[in-house]
Design a protein around this ligand. Structure first.
Ligand code: AMP
Length: 269
């Protein structure tokens, strides 16, 4: 395999795992990897195990030709596009499960989601054994879960977290933004705006968690979202913060807008 060859030649290898339908957020991970690594590989795999039966696996955007072009022009050396059968051949029977960190936030709303993520990420990391694997802070809980996975299973890979890339109006880039109608696209930036406003209020008034979350919830609903959750959590442990912001923390939100689920988070201070 090409990566093993690179490793033998002492090249530092970066891996950017994705589900395709790439945007500037994914490309930021590739560009960051380029600055730290001699070789950069990306994977594209829409992982069926991380979608619940009620979710959007069937309609998830797939744009392989455009993805390959974007990866090539941003300096990706190798693109790995396994099939579902290659990743999960008949008889596949293993589940990689991280406890604790996966139980709240998206874990509480997407049954089995993180088990699918950790199973596929463990496989991708073991298959490619990069020096550094790059993940976005946009999916902050996922980043923390992957860090835990790598530590617990002694997978010899460093996990790097990259800040969220946004559109000019603040909306975090996401492959799922492609589902938004024009009207919904105008509403969508309110998620980032509310999270930012709660985060900046809590930086000034760290004891106002309950009030600020109540205000944020009201504002999200008034904007037209159905709210899955709006919470403050400690950045390192994801422990819930319900009264006073002491340790470094973030505001996390997940909403439904029509058929589209959007998530985002903002650091406090
Ligand atoms: P996905 O294709 O949605 O599974 O995302 C692949 C990787 O890109 C994950 O590590 C995501 O956290 C990251 N990512 C997705 N959107 C963004 C964004 N707007 N900014 C930074 N990273 C992102």
């Amino acid at each position: 395999m090409r990566i093993a060859h690179w490793r033998k030649a002492d090249a530092r290898v970066g891996l950017v795992p994705t589900m395709g339908a790439l945007h500037r957020g994914h490309i930021a991970l590739v560009r960051f990897a380029r600055t730290e690594c001699d070789r950069v590989a990306a994977s594209i795999f829409v992982n069926p195990k991380q979608f619940a039966p009620t979710e959007d696996l069937g309609s998830y955007p797939r744009r392989e030709a455009a993805d390959l072009e974007m990866l090539q022009s941003s300096g990706t050396d190798l693109v790995f596009i396994p099939t579902v059968d290659e990743m999960y051949p008949p008889g596949f029977a293993t589940l990689v499960q991280v406890h604790g960190l996966t139980e709240g936030l998206c874990g509480a709303h997407r049954a089995g989601h993180f088990d699918g993520v950790t199973t596929v990420v463990a496989k991708l990391l073991i298959q490619t054994l990069p020096d550094i694997a790059y993940f976005g802070e946009k999916d902050y809980q996922q980043l923390m879960v992957v860090r835990r996975l790598v530590r617990d299973l002694d997978i010899p890979v460093h996990v790097a977290g990259i800040p969220t890339v946004r559109d000019g109006d603040g909306l975090a880039l996401s492959s799922r933004n492609a589902y938004l109608s024009l009207g919904e696209r105008r509403i969508a930036p309110n998620l980032a705006q509310v999270l930012r406003s709660v985060a900046s209020a809590l930086a000034r008034h760290p004891g106002a968690v309950a009030n600020e979350l109540a205000r944020g919830l009201r504002e999200l609903r008034d904007a037209g979202f159905e709210v899955d959750y709006l919470e403050v959590r400690e950045e390192d442990t994801l422990r819930p913060v319900t009264t006073y912001v002491g340790a470094r923390s973030r505001v996390f939100g997940a909403v439904q807008l029509g058929k589209t689920r959007l998530i985002d988070n903002m650091p406090i201070g």
